[in-house]
Design a binder for this molecule. Structure first.
Ligand SMILES: *Cc1c(COP(=O)(O)O)cnc(C)c1O
Length: 422
């Protein structure tokens, strides 16, 4: 199918080329609902695959430890300028290899091993790197965790304040990986001020919504903004740290030489292109469509009798609570995968089940929005999910295969950038 798309790869390494071709088909044919995933543009794909790959560039533009940086400096400076313009920040570091090392750099900049740090608990929707035990951040630092209210599924800001004042953490992280609701950055800022803590907004999931004006920005409220570039922001796999001028030196020193060596220049180029795309009116439309689609999907799922954590969504992400259904999250997720609908199983707050076999399924609308699906398609998507969960409960493989055929049929009408058309 895509034999001609990567001719050099095909002739050098046909085995590997066949894996890539199969992945292209999979991404083209399936309905991808993992909220941290997306489809990058053809331009981002091209920029990420350039000869910039061949350069070592330890340091920062104009201050490198290697020669021959005439072009690399311009690439990185452009990415930095675009990040500053798009998010309205004084300073941007575009070198972190991914979201997790970006967060580790924040610890390195502001804390010492053993210091107390505060974040949302992983099973409540937080991220591993916010001081959770199995992460380096939870073993090298003393992590204390907040969560959501059992009755509303919303962050309990009074409990956050009580914990912060009792523990006086060096760092407070807000943001997470399974938060369907708007984060009140101003409320976190007031708490961090009272506790004397550095406040970090980890907007990895929602950076594209912020850039497109579909979620409030943390920039005026927090000390540091950490984000991946590959989720709703729709860039290559990478990350950025943004801050006011007063923290610029500490952040830059922590990323390099504190934590990393040479930056991935081909990724920096892809980030620059993604930031350029994110500044266009079409991206604003995309960001608002992501949210509109999530709200329409929420309404349709509720109509199909699903329980949703917090009762719905304000952003791109929906957490389905299957506690009241006959199938737990993992079995549902695997059945959905056989039906051509790609999701991930996830804990729900106060989950009675174990993390490797939890009660929830996490879904989101960035990828389907990038392919052009809109609110009118969401009742069909909810219907497919309901039928798949039903089929999983009954062990009805035929029903799953029938749904898969319907999914493939619809997705063929919505080509994605960088993927084969047929
Ligand atoms: C995805 C994510 C990260 C980590 O990003 P990686 O690139 O996977 O290391 C960090 N924080 C949050 C909130 C995330 O959602």
């Amino acid at each position: 199918m895509s034999a001609s798309r990567h001719p050099a790869l095909l002739s050098t390494d046909p085995e590997l080329a066949s894996f890539v071709a199969a992945e292209e088909v999979l991404q083209a044919q399936t309905l991808r609902l993992i909220p941290s995933e997306n489809y990058v543009s053809a331009a981002v794909l091209e920029a990420s695959g350039t000869v910039l790959q061949n350069k070592y560039s330890e340091g920062y533009p104009g201050r490198r430890y290697y020669e021959g940086q005439q072009n690399i400096d311009r690439v990185e400076a452009l990415a930095i300028e675009r990040a500053k313009g798009l998010f309205g920040v004084d300073h941007a570091n575009v070198q972190p290899y991914s979201g997790s090392p970006a967060n580790l750099a924040v610890y390195l900049a502001f804390a010492k091993p053993g210091d107390t740090v505060m974040g949302m608990a992983l099973p409540m929707g937080g991220h591993l790197t916010h001081g959770w035990g199995v992460s380096a951040t939870g073993s090298w630092f003393r992590g204390v965790q907040y969560g959501v209210r059992a009755d509303t599924g919303l962050i309990d800001y009074d409990a956050v304040r009580d914990l912060a004042l009792a523990e006086r953490p060096k760092l407070i992280f807000c943001g997470g990986t399974a938060l369907p609701r708007t984060i009140d950055f101003a409320a976190f800022a007031e708490i961090a001020r009272e506790a004397g803590s550095i406040l970090v907004a980890d907007v990895a999931h929602i950076a594209g919504l912020i850039a497109g004006g579909a979620h409030p920005s943390p920039v005026d409220h927090v000390d540091v903004v950490s984000t991946t570039t590959h989720k709703t922001l729709r860039g290559p796999r990478g990350a950025m740290l943004m801050c006011r001028e007063e923290h610029a030196k500490a952040i830059d020193k922590a990323v390099f030489p504190g934590l990393q060596g040479g930056p991935h220049n081909q990724t920096t180029a892809g980030i620059a292109v993604a930031l350029h795309e994110a500044a266009q009116p079409s991206f604003t439309a995309y960001a608002h469509q992501v949210v509109a689609n999530a709200k329409a999907l929420t309404a349709a799922l509720l109509q199909n009798g699903f329980d949703l954590v917090s009762g719905g969504t304000d952003n791109h992400l929906i957490l389905i609570d299957l506690t009241g259904k006959d199938v737990p999250g993992k079995i549902a997720a695997k059945a959905l995968d056989r039906a051509g609908i790609v999701v991930n199983y996830n804990t729900v707050p106060f989950d009675p089940r174990k993390p490797f076999d939890p009660s929830g399924v996490r879904i989101g609308t960035p990828s389907l929005t990038s392919r052009g699906l809109s609110t009118e398609h969401m009742p069909l998507v909810a219907d497919w999910i309901a039928r798949s969960v039903d089929a999983a409960a009954k062990g009805d493989e035929q029903a799953l295969a029938a749904i898969r055929a319907e999914v493939t049929d619809l997705m063929a009408a919505f080509p994605a950038p960088g993927l084969p058309l047929s």
